[in-house]
Design a protein around this ligand. Sequence first.
Ligand code: FAD
Length: 688
Amino acid sequence: KTDIIVLGVLVVCVLLYTKRETIKAIIADIIGGDDSDISADSSGSRDIAQVLSQNNKNYLVLFASQTGTAEDYAKKFAKELTSKYQLNVMCVDVENYDFETLNDIPSKCMVSLFISTYGEGDFPDGAVKFEDFLSEAADSNGLANISISTFGLGNSTYEFFNGAGKKAVEHMTNAGATIVGDLGCGDDAAGTTDEDYMAWKERIFEELKEKLQLDEHDESFESSFKYEPLESITDDVSLGEPSFQYLPASKLSFNDAGIQLGPFDASHPYVAPFVKSVELFKSDDRNCIHSEIDISGSNMKYTTGDHLGIWPSNANEKVDQFLKVFGLNGKNIFNLTPKDATVKVPFPVPTTIDSAVRHYLEITGPIARQLFAQLVEFAPNEEIKKKLTVLSQDKDLFAKEITSKKFNLADALLYLSNGEYIWTSVPWEFLLENVSPLLPRYYSISSSSLSEKQTIHITSVVENSPNEHAEIGNTIGVATNLIRNIQLAQNKVDIASSNLPVTYDLSGPRDLFSGFKLPMHVRRSTFRLPTNPSTPVIMIGPGTGVAPFRGFIRDRVHMVDTQENVKFGKHMLFYGSRNTDDYLYQEEWPEYAKKLDTSFEMITCHSRIPGQKKVYVQDMLSERAADISTLINDGAFIYVCGDAGRMAKDVNSVITNIISSNKGISTEDAAEIVKMLKTSGRYQEDIW
Ligand code: FAD
């Protein structure tokens, strides 16, 4: 028996030795590859006070981010603290640390928290443990040594606007922490997050200067990374792969049968094929694409009502424009190494400049005023330096001259330099650290996980509008124009003769996307039908807001097809479009109505039919007030999806008015009832 054990051990040793390179590669991938790794810094410690002290940091910036925006602001804040006040800042994701020692950090080390609100006033998914920690600390005065300021990111259309930020501040106050400044409330609905942040930051800086006796220095950029040019493209050089696992040098991307290896999530997306793409609009001036995406073999699961995150890349024309404005050679290869252990490289490196611009940086969106302030030191001449300085300091002028013209960064700089390509003075290292990362775009899944288990449908309106001020005449949405390019190519429409505003490299890095594939991941949502089918349902979804309701109704149809004697409560769907050309899925609804019989009613209206009155879903709700009251009294669930701007707010007030007149109570009291419905999940919103 002993012989067999010894022999077994020997065989294992020989195997380990012969496979050592593969094993080393796998371990290296696991440890070093993925920036979502759960260890906190390179020492692997999750103890916040220990890592802070080991790295000689004297300021702590924490972020709790759902989609990456809070992270982006936190990093910008940390960078400014470093460059302006020469603080030694540690900026980290709360998901990667344990906080039991937070109260032990030196009292002179201040903390700032950047937190986004998700769902009904909730903390982001990755911050659940952090929330538990805060609420326990609140019971025990557990943060009495801490001084903390908080900036929240939210959307004022939601009932629980910046709910997570407010909850965090409440817990921290109860835990005895000193709250520095007011809670900053970024408002995505008003499109003012950037200016909200700037105003909050100025107030906090004033407080910090006094509390920490800080001297202000002229801002000068100092990279957080060691930058190293490389000579050749090897298997470990990223050409824009969405995660380390997809590099040829990694052993973790595909198995021997060529199947992608999961698990797939927000840090390692599945590269999935679009198997069908259909133009839904019947007019030539606008586009809306129905896409069907095959997830079979990925082990990815979704539930009706979830969101799909699509990882886009930038258009060829926009990449070329960006490279030209800054005089960059896209072919150059570089590596980045963090200068300290708490910093992470934001995307797979080594890589090429073209790959980083194309796949990892948000080069076309609106520009933050702060970026202009940072660019002052790199202005190509004195005249432009003056212009940059004035614009960066004058909120209204910036809004008029830059934001309202819908310039992207390259457009804006060309505008300042009168069309001359003279911005070579801006270092590439600066751009890759200060241009925001290109983040996934989310889509409400429009299929049913009951009837389409292996296929996800999305319904996306293509964002494209002419822009007389921009160098490349159109303001475009990154992901939706990519989806449209896929739709045309997939249906063998000649792209060159389609008069498209922009084109894309559809084959992707090392052909990873060829065959009409894109990286994607599923994000769980709380938007769910009531489990009891006899509960009445009121759905309000104009435009692409109808997407999840198509999924809901397909769920119900599937139940009719597969179950006997299923009884449904009334399902009312309020839908609005401009006219009949953009009436989404108009051939499908009558089919669903046939199956669901009287339990399904679709109420449709149009806002732009020539010669007719503009009618919106809100008007239809008022018209059907009596039915809505009856259904609410019968326990109906209400769902609103789509435009976060006006529609969701208007719907909220119409429902409030309906309840008020039905019950004979004041609108204030009715508003309280609506609030209660929201808290209890009987009034759900999926708005953007
Ligand atoms: P982006 O590149 O993100 O641009 C956004 C907008 O800004 C566009 O209108 C663009 O034209 C404009 N823009 C670009 N550059 C500038 C500039 N320099 N200055 C000013 N404006 C500029 N959308 C759907 O169509 N269907 C859905 O089902 C859907 N579901 C969603 C669900 C959730 C939970 C969320 C958060 C969003 C959802 N969206 C949906 C919206 C979607 O995520 C995208 O925001 C949308 O498709 C636009 O993405 P894009 O990459 O094409 O545009």
